[in-house]
Design a protein around this ligand. Structure first.
Ligand SMILES: Cc1ncc(C[n+]2csc(CCOP(=O)(O)OP(=O)(O)O)c2C)c(N)n1
Length: 292
């Protein structure tokens, strides 16, 4: 598969263009999964694919040709096991080559590890993978930006299961206490953990109320509806405001591939050639269904 795709002549992409990009991202993800011999965290990649798409092509002020620009927005992938989806979204945005990811993904010494490493892969802002650490890191980065008088935002993507970690709530309290309106958390609320459905293990609900009780500005969206995602980004309070924002994205683990959707067997897995064909057919069918 080629590189991206998006030719907007400098204008922000339309909703339709973002939807096409999300489809391309899912296709590329499945193809990688079909060529890599080990397991890929495909379920939580597919649930977050629309979020990655809207962030890298609409929400984040980043430039792949100027990755060290101090004014850039920072992105922290707290659910680090979804790294491959981030790599591909970044490749589609021009940060690196998709073919390069496919060639070395998951191999010893590859820059494209199962979890992201900022030392190995310039453009990645934080090394993550141990759940519960991304939001605390993002709080530190947002606090540092404030201290230096910098006007950028810090975005962080978490899994909902991950928010069972106490460190997330310490960070949530610290963010409000320090009035970090420059901090934006996205939660991939797919209601599944690694081997179980979320509410079977931890009572998350009333989930939005919990964030509100910690003093955050709470926005609820369908995490597969590009228009709602764009509107949430458009409506973010100014970076110099005093309340952090959480965008709770209602999502489906395995989204787009019917036999993976809400299926605990597909937290992580690999695809043989026949599975890949079946998965691609399912993805095409899901797209057609949604465009009716
Ligand atoms: C501290 C820590 N404990 C356990 C794991 C192993 N692990 C990887 S993914 C995962 C499930 C996470 O669920 P969630 O945050 O909801 O992610 P998603 O369902 O979106 O993949 C677990 C337990 C880990 N990476 N870090």
């Amino acid at each position: 598969m080629g590189q991206t795709s998006l030719q907007t002549g400098g204008n922000p992409p339309t909703i339709e263009e973002l939807e096409d990009l999300a489809f391309e991202l899912r296709s590329k993800l499945l193809h990688l999964c079909g060529t890599y011999e080990g397991a890929v965290h495909i379920g939580g990649d597919l649930s977050a694919a629309d979020i990655f798409t809207v962030l890298y092509n609409y929400g984040l002020n980043v430039d792949p040709t100027d990755i060290a620009n101090p004014a850039r927005d920072r992105f922290v992938l707290s659910k680090g096991h979804a790294a491959v989806c981030m790599y591909i979204a970044m490749a589609m945005r021009g940060f690196f080559s998709y073919d390069g990811i496919v060639e070395t993904y998951g191999q010893l010494d590859s820059a494209y590890g199962m979890h992201p490493c900022k030392v190995q892969l310039p453009g990645v802002e934080c090394s993550t993978g141990s759940l519960g650490h991304g939001l605390p890191l993002a709080v530190g980065m947002a606090l540092s930006a404030r201290g230096r008088g910098e006007g950028h935002r810090v975005f962080c993507l978490l899994g909902d299961g991950e928010t069972g970690e106490g460190s997330v709530w310490e960070a949530a309290m610290a963010a409000r206490s320090n009035e970090l309106g420059n901090l934006v958390a996205f939660i991939d609320r797919n209601r599944q953990l690694m081997t179980s459905f979320a509410e079977e293990r931890i009572v998350f609900e009333p989930y939005p109320d919990k964030w509100a009780a910690f003093g955050w500005n709470v926005v609820n969206v369908d995490g597969h509806d590009m228009r709602q995602l764009v509107e949430a980004l458009d409506a973010l309070p100014a970076a110099d405001s005093n309340r952090p924002t959480v965008v709770i994205c209602d999502t489906v683990k395995g989204k787009g591939v019917d036999f993976m959707e809400r299926n605990l067997a597909w937290h992580a897995g690999s695809l043989g050639p026949a599975d890949l064909e079946r998965a691609m057919a399912a993805l095409e069918a899901s797209r057609e269904k949604e465009s009716v």
